[in-house]
Design a binder for this molecule. Structure first.
Ligand SMILES: [Zn+2]
Ligand SMILES: [Zn+2]
Length: 156
């Protein structure tokens, strides 16, 4: 049996715990998810809204369209959640905000008609791979940005 799912934003000001299992896990390729996240596509897991307990700072909600809200951290900007008036009992949460994203498995591609050409499997598989930065000692490589220690909720 899988234990409960926990996760957090990049800065740690917002964290959450989900009881129960995801209803679905989808890679969404819609343009809105791309714009909101800055990523090529967003992996969401869908849960019953009442199965999520949020801790720390409150999510900020952006009214992205009529009946659609996208939740993010007001400190670090991490994309966290999505809700739609059409299914008020459900909420989508970003799979990559999980403490253990590997504990869930994507099941579908959705809005695939809107995908970027460079997420095609052949395009992805055809690129050179570097396990770390592209150049040794590269100063602006990504990673380990306050992912191990929570950022204080209030400025210090
Ligand atoms: Zn944050
Ligand atoms: Zn989307």
């Amino acid at each position: 049996m899988m234990s409960s799912l926990t996760g957090r934003c990049l800065c740690g000001a917002i964290h959450y715990r989900v009881s129960g299992q995801p209803l679905a896990v989808d890679h969404c390729h819609c343009e809105s998810c791309r714009k909101a996240s800055g990523a090529a596509f967003v992996t969401w897991f869908t849960v019953r809204a009442f199965d999520v307990v949020w801790h720390g700072d409150k999510l900020r909600w952006f009214a992205a369209a009529v009946g659609v809200e996208r939740g993010f951290c007001g400190h670090c900007g991490s994309t966290m959640a999505y809700r739609h008036d059409a299914e008020p009992e459900e909420m989508d949460i970003t799979a990559a905000s999980l403490d253990h994203p590997e504990s869930i498995t994507p099941e579908h591609h959705v809005c695939f008609a809107e995908r970027l050409p460079w997420v095609e499997p052949a395009m992805l598989a055809g690129l050179p791979v570097f396990e770390r930065a592209r150049m040794a000692g590269q100063g602006r490589r990504h990673g380990k940005e306050r992912v191990t220690e929570p950022w204080p909720s209030t400025p210090v």
